[in-house]
Design a protein around this ligand. Structure first.
Ligand code: SF4
Ligand code: SF4
Length: 430
């Protein structure tokens, strides 16, 4: 079913100034890392190491072969202590490979680098698969799948809009790793066999916009598109509609587009140039509940408690921790989760208690919904467990952007109730 795109005219405060001018802070791994066995489509992994094994930075420790192949590489050198169940940022207990860090950061090359200019499209796709490149915009979907299935692609859309408030990780990546990112984009364009790659950046982010424009000025087939600062303009469907002037049913490739995030292009370049998989993460720690909001670069698997300590700790004893940005991220009950390969942010907000009142039927949640849904009606259907109504109201088309809860004058958590409706429908299908 094709979605309608709603009004898409809502600007929300960005709070980007908290972190965007600060240097990236390097955080080292402590005594141990816990590497989650998770790919966005699966938690079924073959673990390739056992307790007592020595690993280096870059040793392949696990691989997922459940429909899609995704390898995972060690982020430190040291000794494998086993596999442990631990709370994951998806709010489920998941297996993590525990590695005792010897502090030496002894490296092994995970795979040979590849010259994208001489490699064929097929070789590049196979390389991306073996490198374990997953979407860095938060979803973590295996990227090679988009290219393997692609045909007649006209445009490669590279999303640098970074819509979520507080989050500036993509911005800092572009500021500091721009040449590599462009290499990644050129390789991806070759894989897509697309005529053009378009990097999308918000008009209001003038400094980075000008920097990227200057960097691609003489690069044939790569351009920058400044876009209006509304939320959620970086949503895949909104970008495709804006650039291709078409809607699609399931995948952007139906209308000749592939969409990837700017940091995914950078991760791919790192693999091509240096033979490294995703073993570190660059992400924003920000919000009014953390002492020193900053962008962090650190090995995958470092506990979030250590990251928060490196940011000076909390500013209040009552804070809400969110894996991701405040609009689409997931609230985590404690700081036991770890740095993930696709992590782009941890938001720390002081807990505010609001008195909720009954729905006043103002209709604002319907007005702002970018999927043109009626969140208030879906939320009511969820409360009544009325699956037929949830289906009729297309609850599954919700992208969980959070705008309906953000706008609600009654302070109702409309988004959570729409999520509930989606869970109820998904369980019914199973
Ligand atoms: S979270 Fe709310 S506003 Fe956003 S897509 Fe879902 S129903 Fe619409
Ligand atoms: S925005 Fe809130 S108060 Fe208004 S209709 Fe939606 S749920 Fe009701």
């Amino acid at each position: 079913m094709s979605l309608l795109t709603g009004s898409m005219r809502h600007h929300i405060p960005g709070y980007k100034d908290l972190t965007e001018k600060k240097e990236i802070q390097e955080v080292k791994a402590g005594s141990q890392v816990l590497i989650p066995l998770y790919a966005s489509h699966s938690t079924k992994f073959d673990v390739l190491v056992k307790e007592g094994d020595h690993v280096c930075v870059g040793t392949k420790i696990a691989e997922c072969n459940d429909r899609m192949y995704v390898p995972i590489y060690s982020s430190v050198s040291g000794t494998v202590k086993g596999v442990q169940k631990r709370m994951h940022m998806t709010l489920k207990p998941l297996d993590h490979v525990v590695i005792e860090n010897d502090g030496k950061m002894e490296e092994t090359q995970s795979f040979a680098p590849l010259d994208y200019q001489s490699a064929s499209r097929e070789e590049l796709i196979a390389f991306m698969k073996e490198a374990g490149i997953i979407g860095q915009g938060g979803a973590g979907f295996p990227t090679y799948v988009k290219y393997e299935q692609a045909k007649d692609i006209k445009k490669l859309i590279i999303d640098g809009a970074e819509c979520e408030p507080y989050v500036t990780a993509d911005h800092k990546m572009m500021e500091t790793r721009l040449d590599d990112m462009i290499t990644g984009i050129l390789a991806m364009r070759k894989m897509a066999q697309a005529e053009e790659a378009v990097i999308v950046i918000k008009k209001t982010h003038t400094e980075i916009l000008q920097k990227v424009e200057a960097a691609v000025a003489n690069v044939s087939g790569v351009s920058v598109l400044p876009v209006v600062d509304v939320y959620p303009i970086g949503w895949e469907r909104a970008l495709v509609r804006l650039i291709m002037k078409k809607d699609y049913d399931k995948l952007p490739s139906e209308v000749g587009a592939i969409v990837n995030n700017v940091s995914t292009a950078y991760a791919f370049a790192k693999a091509l140039l240096r033979g490294k998989g995703i073993i570190t993460a660059l992400f924003t720690v920000s919000g009014d509940g953390v002492a020193n909001p900053v962008n962090i670069h650190c090995p995958v698997g470092v506990p979030i408690s250590e990251v928060i300590a490196a940011c000076g700790g909390y500013l209040d004893e009552n804070v809400k921790l969110i894996a991701g940005g405040p609009m689409m991220g997931k609230t985590i009950v404690n700081e036991q989760f770890v740095v993930e390969r696709q992590m782009n942010a941890v938001t720390v907000l002081k807990t505010k208690v609001f008195d909720t009142v009954s729905c006043m039927r103002c209709g604002q949640c319907c007005d702002v919904c970018p999927s043109a849904l009626q969140p208030v009606r879906i939320a009511q259907a969820a409360k009544l467990n009325d699956k037929a109504m949830m289906e009729k109201l297309c609850a599954m088309d919700c992208i969980e952007c959070g705008l309906c809860a953000y706008i609600c004058p009654s302070r109702l958590d409309v988004t959570e109730n729409v999520r509930k409706a989606k869970r109820q429908l998904a369980m019914a299908k199973k």
